[in-house]
Design a protein around this ligand. Structure first.
Ligand code: TRH
Length: 377
């Protein structure tokens, strides 16, 4: 009999919570034949990354996943064999009682935030709290052996390479979004939180000898883009040219298309957690805008990732990547770090693919979760 899985997703803000859990739910169904219910408290956020979601439905099926609206009026439900609380969300009390009432207790996991910090492999898989005899465990995604790994669907890297090698497929995809970059321009994407450093970066791109076509999905960074352009409004579809720089605002696309967008670009600025991982699978140079946390603790996470990511780079390229990422995440001036990165472009590009290969050789997060369950029973 198929193991049943319940994944609980509380959308705190943005799209990372639903982005990660939706990906995981689909993969468990498609690749591990699990019966998955995904409980989501904000179907509107879900709809943004998966337009088929009907926000009126309490219960619907998408890609083999039973999607349930997790509303404040909890109806009694039997607990599944495996229960995942994503990002430390609090399960309904009645559901926890149902877990404890099962003849055989379920495997209860907290799927944590992604971090490259050293302590992660030491804490991955450790027991956490107990509820009426039901033990909860920490499950940490990560980049190093001994962690839960990263979400990566079977065949993803092959599909990505195939697409990147197919000029027509890329062209068709971009045309579908209304994007027709000039042949000699550098295509880049920009998905980020508000950032006061953006203006100096756009300035440098505009003054560059090589043209840049910058694709900006609608979202939080648009205000900064608009200010720099000096325009009254900036809607989806807007296209603005300033010297060498073309800025184009894109609609928020479905999750699969966002992958393709990343695959088309020579450089991707990403944020949060899920787009950050997807940019790594794109095998192209990237820039991460990390999700800000109190007392700047996110900067430790940033440094931990950078230490790993830049390990194999030459001293010059390493310094260039560090300077650019640190400037972006402290909202400092971006022009000099960007120009410096361009000096190391071939090395940084080759390294992005190498990093992707290394990460891709490890077990993926869904497979690691299933293995954890099999070991546990
Ligand atoms: O939206 P985010 O900023 O989410 C954040 C982070 O996960 C953060 O760690 C968390 O604490 C906070 O939410 C609550 O960035 P992230 O993680 O990249 O999620 C964005 C999702 O949106 C991702 O799954 C990709 C998807 N996406 C689309 O589907 N279409 C688009 O056009 C774009 C730009 C993104």
């Amino acid at each position: 009999m198929k193991a049943s899985w319940d994944i609980f997703c509380s959308v705190v803000d943005n799209y990372g919570d639903i982005g990660v859990t939706w990906r995981l739910a689909r993969q468990l169904v498609a690749e591990h034949q699990c019966a998955v219910r995904l409980w989501v408290d904000d179907l509107r956020a879900f709809e943004k990354i998966c337009p088929e979601i009907d926000i009126q439905q309490q219960r619907q099926e998408q890609d083999g996943v039973e999607v349930r609206h997790w509303s404040s009026q909890w109806q009694a439900e039997a607990a599944a064999d495996v229960v995942i609380a994503a990002f430390a969300c609090q399960l309904p009390h009645a559901y926890m009682e149902a877990m404890a009432d099962r003849e055989r207790a379920p495997l209860w996991l907290n799927l944590d935030y992604l971090s490259a910090e050293d302590w992660v492999s030491g804490c991955h898989g450790l027991p956490s709290v107990k509820f009426r005899g039901v033990q909860k465990y920490f499950f940490f995604p990560g980049f190093q052996p001994g962690t839960g790994g990263l979400l990566r669907e079977a065949g993803l890297l092959e599909r990505r390479r195939h697409f990147q090698a197919d000029r027509q497929a890329r062209q068709d995809f971009l045309q579908g979004l209304g994007v027709t970059p000039a042949a000699n321009s550098r295509l880049m994407s920009l998905f980020a939180y508000e950032n006061a450093g953006l203006g100096s970066w756009l300035e440098a791109l505009a003054a560059d000898a090589q043209p840049t076509h910058l694709l900006v999905p609608e979202g939080r960074i648009l205000g900064d883009v608009q200010r720099w352009l000096g325009v009254e409004s900036l809607a989806v579809g807007s296209l603005q040219v300033r010297q060498s720089l073309t800025v184009q605002v894109l609609p928020f696309v479905r999750q699969e298309d966002y992958d393709r967008l990343l695959w088309c670009c020579a450089f991707n600025a990403v944020r949060g957690e899920d787009s950050f991982v997807r940019a790594q699978w794109a095998g192209q140079p990237m820039l991460w805008h990390i999700y800000r946390q109190d007392e700047d603790i996110h900067l430790d996470k940033l440094e931990a990732f950078l230490a790993l990511y830049t390990q194999a780079l030459s001293p010059g390229a390493k310094a260039a990547v560090l300077a650019l990422w640190q400037a972006w995440n402290t909202e400092a001036a971006m022009a000099e770090p960007w120009k410096n990165l361009l000096q190391h472009w071939p090395e940084v590009t080759a390294h992005a693919e190498q990093w992707c290969l290394e990460q891709g050789s490890q077990a993926d997060l869904a497979a690691a979760l299933v293995q954890f369950y099999l070991n546990w029973i």
